[in-house]
Design a protein around this ligand. Structure first.
Ligand SMILES: Cc1cc2nc3c(=O)[nH]c(=O)nc-3n(C[C@H](O)[C@H](O)[C@H](O)COP(=O)(O)OP(=O)(O)OC[C@H]3O[C@@H](n4cnc5c(N)ncnc54)[C@H](O)[C@@H]3O)c2cc1C
Length: 809
């Protein structure tokens, strides 16, 4: 078939990702779909994947997508006539430590909340299902009977055929050399085929270019931070009497095992991986593999021989090393690139692209055809990528770690160790000198907790209270009873300025921002469904200038949302994050401390809650915002970065009793107050009224995005609501994703959890379904902590300071 000159969408890349996107777009009814593959379908990474289809994933929606893939692959052969090799052999994951057992049980509980079939099984049951295995040191295991294995290349070919059957065109031997645009959006692609150059004009492009995708994206100014790394497995000669076996994962030994046609495959997720392709991915790469590195693989094989003695005698048929793309946070990239209109991405699959692509293709097709994602996809949203992450040295260093993290213990609060220190507050060394232990978010180094003098400044991870639990408690209680200082410089700060700035913000914000200069408004930016795209404060700086303060992690997404909606409005949107440091002085003694360093009047009449004023502080100036994310009297001090150290030193000197506090204490304080955390408690799929944020919505102010959805929901009534829970057992730790039971039935999962040190137990939040008008507080609630159900007290009002008196002290 000749190449067309026009298409609605061009999909770049014929690996499983591109084939799945084509299949799902065609299934959604789009026509004029063209998939271009530079060589042959599957010739990149897809052809050599091990083909494990495991449904246990780190979050509810990722589990949902993996389950979708598994279900789709079971049906695909019948639909397309291509043998996919999909067999629901089941899978077993075994734990060799108590911590791993807890992790497996926690993820099993999550999977169950989403109807994934899963059983906790004993070592004896493992042995019965897997007789070759040495289970002497196995302490627990989970079995997923509907997990499976497949032939990855054929799954991709079946998806491509399914797409073709619905009218999509698939062309091999066509390399996209450039994505064309008009400065704002995609207009087409330039390609090379059999030495000839050509152009296909199109409305949308999807970059499914796998490990080639980063550089192709960069040529269009799009950030797609991924880097290839070597990934190893071996396949034995046929082994007599092997029998049919489930897939086996032994994460504590970085290994997975697959039986196929009487042979064993052993694959590795070694702790320190080998980056590959630093000089770019070779032009002629096609069904290639990389040189063997037995020394690198040997430690894994050594453990495998002990775990499964048949490896001592089995002959090795294939020793395979293939490249795969990895990302800085081990999660793939999906969705619209913020830099260029109609440029979409589905790439960077971190060695789980086979199990992920079915769901990812479905979700992306929904996003493209309906204009919005089917549900919250923030885990994998391309808009979480930071521009600096294009740096290739950063990527190379980071992917040495991310490959191994797949099978590492996924402890709460686990921090990455490589490629750190890129973004720092001007107070970094000051905090470090005072005991700060840092964590990383969006490249920012942030003080998570402060070690006591002489205390080890390392994380000791566990599922129970970790080594910094006492530090968090001391910081938390200082904020509740005295005063604490947080460095929140990592806040994203966006200046919106110009003649139409107010009208524009009125259109994108649900609250009324047309207030006097100096007023601060807490608001959400909503989508047409009433879902929460962004959670922010807006400070009116002057008639025509506003400061928007957003979480550091969502800055790029928020900027993209604003730029997408600004249209012809005369409003300039500028990221001013790096211009100001933010020091949050919080606690009942905050006024007293601030008065020691500033002559400004700080009483409630002169400086009321939710207002901002520029004040003298020490020898400099700060813009003090009277707001609080911890629920206490306090000020966020926005200080020009050049004066940040001075202001910090002045405060510390004036208030030796003031506690330096970290992000862990910030989070434990905010959860006691029931303040929502965007990305966990509130996302684009959560309706603002059901999230309990109706108090920040002003439908009377005139039209804004999401207003109709708010009115509709008010009329129809809420079908789920955000509830806060206090666990009855002070030793139980809730973090995220734990199932919520009501009257013996799973009704939801915990969206976020932390320890409420002032309340004396873990606090959890989560949505509970309800009929309009139903009393949600009735019934017996329990939170499932790794299979143990702990009674929990529900509350719709904040558990701590329900009348919000403390911020107005
Ligand atoms: C050893 C190993 C074992 C694995 N095991 C598993 C497993 O058990 N389960 C699992 O889920 N995942 C597994 N994976 C991961 C999985 O293979 C990948 O995540 C998946 O194949 C990625 O698919 P993709 O479509 O993104 O990339 P690719 O398959 O690499 O496809 C990208 C395609 O884009 C084409 N392309 C690039 N640039 C252009 C251009 N400019 N114009 C036209 N075409 C272009 C390339 O030629 C290529 O075919 C494994 C990976 C490895 C390396």
């Amino acid at each position: 078939m000749p190449l067309p000159t026009h298409a609605r969408v061009v999909i770049i890349g014929g690996g499983i990702s591109g084939c799945s996107v084509a299949y799902h777009l065609a299934k959604a009814g789009w026509t004029d779909i063209v998939l271009l593959e530079r060589k042959q379908l599957t010739c990149g990474t897809t052809w050599h994947a091990a083909g494990l289809i495991g449904q246990l994933r780190g979050s509810l929606n990722m589990t949902r997508l993996a389950k979708y893939s598994a279900d789709l692959y079971v049906r695909l052969e019948e639909e397309t006539g291509i043998a996919t090799g999909m067999r629901q052999t089941g899978s077993i994951s075994v734990a060799l430590t108590e911590a791993r057992r807890e992790e497996l049980y926690r993820s099993a509980a999550l999977a169950r909340a989403f109807d994934v079939a899963v059983d906790e099984i004993s070592p004896a049951q493992v042995k019965a299902m897997y007789p070759h295995l040495n289970v002497g040191d196995v302490v627990g295991a989970v079995h997923l009977p509907l997990d499976g294995q497949c032939d990855p290349g054929n799954i991709a070919l079946a998806l491509a055929k399914g797409a073709r059957m619905r009218g999509a065109q698939v062309h091999e031997g066509v390399k996209v050399t450039k994505v064309l645009d008009d400065g704002a959006r995609v207009t087409g692609v330039a390609y090379e085929a059999a030495g000839e150059a050509g152009v296909i004009a199109c409305e949308h492009v999807v970059n499914c270019g796998g490990m080639w995708g980063r550089d192709l994206a960069a040529a269009s100014g799009v950030t797609l931070p991924l880097h290839a790394a070597e990934h190893f497995y071996l396949v034995t000669e046929p082994i007599e009497g092997l029998g049919r076996l489930p897939v086996l994962r032994v994460p504590d030994e970085c290994a997975y095992y697959k039986e196929d046609a009487g042979k064993m495959m052993l694959g590795a997720f070694e702790p320190k991986a080998k980056p590959w392709g630093m000089a770019g991915i070779p032009e002629d790469f096609c069904f290639d593999s990389l040189p063997e590195d037995f020394e690198h693989f040997e430690p894994i094989l050594g453990m495998a021989m002990n775990r499964m003695p048949l490896f001592e005698t089995a002959g090795i048929h294939t020793f395979f090393n293939g490249p795969e793309s990895f990302t800085p946070d081990d999660r793939y990239y999906l969705g619209p690139a913020p830099e260029l209109g109609n440029y979409w991405v589905a790439a960077g699959y971190n060695s789980v692209g086979i199990v992920s692509s079915g769901g990812a293709g479905m979700a992306l097709a929904h996003w493209m055809t309906q204009g919005e994602a089917p549900f919250d996809l923030w885990d994998v949203d391309i808009r979480r990528a930071q521009p600096f992450q294009r740096n290739r040295r950063y990527l190379k260093e980071r992917v040495t770690e991310t490959l191994g993290l797949l099978y590492a213990d996924h402890f709460p609060y686990r921090q990455v160790e490589t490629a750190r220190g890129v973004r720092r507050s001007p107070l970094h060394t000051h905090l470090e000198a005072r005991g700060a232990v840092f964590g990383e978010v969006a490249g920012w180094e942030r003080a998570n907790w402060f070690a006591n003098p002489g205390q080890e400044r390392e994380y000791r991870y566990a599922w129970g209270p970790q080594n910094w639990f006492g530090n968090q408690k001391a910081e938390h209680l200082a904020v509740r009873t005295g005063v604490g200082l947080f460095d929140m410089t990592s806040f994203g700060k966006i200046r919106v300025e110009g003649r139409d700035a107010c009208a524009f913000l009125q259109r994108v914000c649900a609250n009324d921002v047309d207030l006097a200069a100096g007023r601060i408004v807490y608001t959400q930016m909503l989508n047409d469904r009433g879902g929460i795209e962004s959670d922010l404060t807006v400070t009116r700086l002057s008639e025509s200038a506003f400061l928007l303060v957003v979480p550091g992690a969502t800055l790029q997404r928020d900027l993209a949302w604003l730029r997408r909606h600004v249209g012809d409005a005369f409003a300039v949107i500028t990221d001013v994050t790096a211009g100001e440091a933010v020091l949050c002085l919080m606690g009942p003694q905050a006024r007293d401390v601030l008065a020691r360093v500033s002559p400004a009047a700080l009483d409630n009449d002169t400086f009321p809650y939710a207002t901002a004023q520029t004040i003298e502080l020490g020898l400099g100036l700060a813009r003090a915002h009277r707001v609080s994310y911890v629920g206490e009297l306090g000020w966020e001090l926005y200080v020009s970065t050049d004066q940040a150290a001075h202001v910090f030193e002045t405060l510390v000197e004036a208030a030796p009793e003031m506690a330096l506090c970290g992000l862990h204490a910030l989070d434990s304080c905010r959860i006691e107050k029931g303040f929502r955390h965007w990305g966990h408690d509130i996302t684009d799929e959560d309706h603002v009224l059901e999230a309990g944020l109706g108090f920040a919505v002003r439908t009377g102010k005139g039209d804004f995005i999401g207003r109709d959805a708010v009115l509709r929901k008010r009329e129809a009534g809420q079908t789920r609501r955000m509830v806060q829970f206090l666990l009855s057992d002070p030793a139980a730790m809730a973090y995220h994703n734990e199932p919520i039971w009501r009257d013996g039935r799973i009704v939801g999962t915990v969206s976020s959890g932390n320890y409420g040190h002032a309340l004396g137990a873990s606090v959890a939040m989560g949505y509970v379904p309800c009929a309009p008008g139903e009393d949600l507080l009735a019934g017996a609630y329990e939170i499932d902590i790794a299979g143990r159900r702990v009674a929990a007290r529900p509350s719709l009002a904040p558990l701590y300071d329900p009348k919000a008196l403390r911020v107005r002290m």
